[in-house]
Design a protein around this ligand. Sequence first.
Ligand SMILES: Nc1ncnc2c1ncn2[C@@H]1O[C@H](COP(=O)(O)OP(=O)(O)OP(=O)(O)O)[C@@H](O)[C@H]1O
Length: 225
Amino acid sequence: MCQVTPLALHGVHVHRDGRPVLRGLDLTVRRGEVVALLGGNGSGKSTAVQAAVGALPVAAGRVELFGTPPARFRAWRRVGHVPQRSTATGGVPATVREVAAAGRLAHHGLRPFRRDDADAVDAALDAVGLLDRAEDPIDALSGGQQQRVTIARALAGRPDLLLMDEPLAAVDLAQQHALARTLAAEAARGTAVLLVLHAIGPMEGLIDRRVVLDTGLPVPAEVAA
Ligand SMILES: Nc1ncnc2c1ncn2[C@@H]1O[C@H](COP(=O)(O)OP(=O)(O)OP(=O)(O)O)[C@@H](O)[C@H]1O
């Protein structure tokens, strides 16, 4: 069966403040594949993720989400995105459950929230170890716990492509292991996963491929090893 590649960047150039940041990046993540995007500070990892979701314009080259450029892509329910250093508050009073439920928005749209939506939200909160805090105000959570809620929000959508920019940054080791198990299960059901990481840590057994960026280009595999 022919599978459309969930994420493909072909020769992508992105400029920021007039400076070249990505300089012809090729990157693909296939169905069920977990790819780690590594590299030093400022090497362009977050820029690549932002370009992938159409949040930054591409000066040259091509980005495709399930075969479609971000500007024409409509199936956002298939994509889960955890931005870098994200906290879940946004200044709006909301419970942990309400924030995680935002991850179902692209599924239920204007129809009422159903049992399967509620089950997906509960499963996502359980996966990040926060089901017992579901009714708490989001502001009452620590930074790392709030980061776990943004991960739950992405998981709640049961996406076919997960883009996570340093999801482990503020998360304790036990929860890193729990997230590794969750992502392994996601990949096993066919989800394509792109993880921006500084250290592989508990994700080691899960990673199918590593792409190491250096000033906006992948380091050749033999150098990166
Ligand atoms: N909002 C911005 N405006 C202008 N330039 C930016 C902006 N964000 C990042 N840059 C520049 O783009 C380059 C790549 O940054 P990027 O955030 O993609 O790196 P990164 O690999 O994710 O780094 P880190 O590991 O520190 O998160 C850097 O030179 C940075 O200065």
